[in-house]
Design a protein around this ligand. Structure first.
Ligand code: ADP
Ligand code: MG
Length: 327
């Protein structure tokens, strides 16, 4: 079903001189979805996001929001808002003034501005720090202010470029659950750029995996994780083995592999590493064709019949666990 708030990319392209940073990508972001644009550094994620926000010109193609072509409109007229990687708060303005800044630009009177800013600060749980300056705030607090500042324009789509990258790992995990909660509360679309697969898995209803300026695969998060379409996606998401068999290349989740007697299994090889991970043990073996294959065993399974580096081992899996990969 198509909603009047779906965001559609039609053959969207960005060129910088001779570099094609985004190469004719097509995608429909459904309204009210938390989507993650995931891919390695330089694959074109930020360029895509900036074209959606209007901070970068579109070289070719269109951006449609509810069927309306917004790709050449100024940022404030699109119905989108962007939260940047560095929160870019104005250092000389306090929290309330930072949040209300875009309304000031629009000529909204000070009382209304302050009221709207306080509402947004309420949303991100920051009313108690409304009078502070940005350098009197922690990284997590600055991020909340930046969120409130982006949301005060009442966007239909919030664009976030690596919003958690400046935070320490502990805060990052906490903030990501707050982002997720906020998106559900607001019911608007979030498009969140990240190069971290764990972040994308934790947050997204839908993952769009980019590589080399194109979309490699897009779909509901669990579908993409369970059925990676290419070796790149399987490897980038992690927790998968890419295995070349006589019948072709397949992806098999590490936790779907089990140990078996050599000779009575699909693969056999020699153990090269055994890594204890607490609840699990990751056992990597070198098999035919110099391929390295990792089995993630529960600690109980492993310590029930422990193995050492150098031992011969068979590796097996159920037929349904292997997913053929597109070349
Ligand atoms: P990502 O966000 O996935 O790391 P970017 O969209 O920033 O990727 O960059 C994609 C490609 O475009 C890279 O090769 C990058 O060097 C190039 N690029 C990005 N911004 C510019 C720019 N302003 N001028 C020239 N090349 C750029
Ligand atoms: Mg980037």
């Amino acid at each position: 079903m198509r909603s009047d708030l779906d965001l559609e990319l039609v053959s969207l392209t960005k060129r910088y001189g001779d570099t094609t940073a985004v190469d004719a990508i097509n995608h429909l972001f459904h309204a009210g979805t938390y989507a993650c644009l995931l891919g390695p550094s330089g694959c074109g994620k930020s360029s895509t996001l900036r074209m959606l926000a209007g901070h970068e010109t579109v070289s070719d193609g269109n951006v449609l929001l509810g069927g309306r072509d917004i790709g050449r409109l100024p940022p404030a007229k699109r119905g989108t808002a962007m939260m940047f990687q560095s929160y870019a708060l104005f250092p000389h303005l306090n929290v309330t003034e930072n949040v209300g800044f875009s309304l000031k630009m629009k000529g909204t009177d000070p009382d209304k501005r302050r009221k709207a800013a306080m509402e947004m600060l309420e949303l991100v749980d920051m009313t108690h720090l409304a009078d502070r300056l940005p350098d009197q705030l922690s990284g997590g607090q600055q991020q909340r202010v930046a969120l409130a500042r982006a949301l005060i324009t009442r966007p239909q789509v919030l664009l976030l470029d690596e919003p958690l990258s400046a935070l320490d790992p502990f805060l990052r995990v906490r903030m990501r659950s707050e982002l997720r909660k906020l998106q559900k509360e607001l019911g608007i679309s979030f498009i969140h750029v990240t190069h971290g697969q764990d972040e994308a898995l934790a947050l997204a209803d839908e993952i769009v995996v980019m590589n080399n300026a194109v979309i490699e695969q897009a779909g509901p998060t669990r579908d993409v994780f369970d059925r990676p379409a290419t070796a790149f996606v399987a490897q980038f998401l992690g927790s998968h083995n890419v295995i070349s068999l006589a019948e072709g290349k397949v992806a098999v989740r590490s936790d779907e592999l089990r140990l078996a007697t050599p000779g009575a299994a699909k693969l056999e090889g020699r153990i090269i590493t055994v890594e204890y991970q607490g609840t699990h043990v990751a056992l990597t073996a070198k098999v035919a064709g110099d391929q390295e294959v990792t089995a993630l065993l529960t600690d109980k399974d492993f310590f029930g019949a422990p193995k050492d580096v150098g031992e011969a081992v068979g590796l097996d899996w159920d037929g349904t666990a292997a997913h053929p990969l597109r070349a």
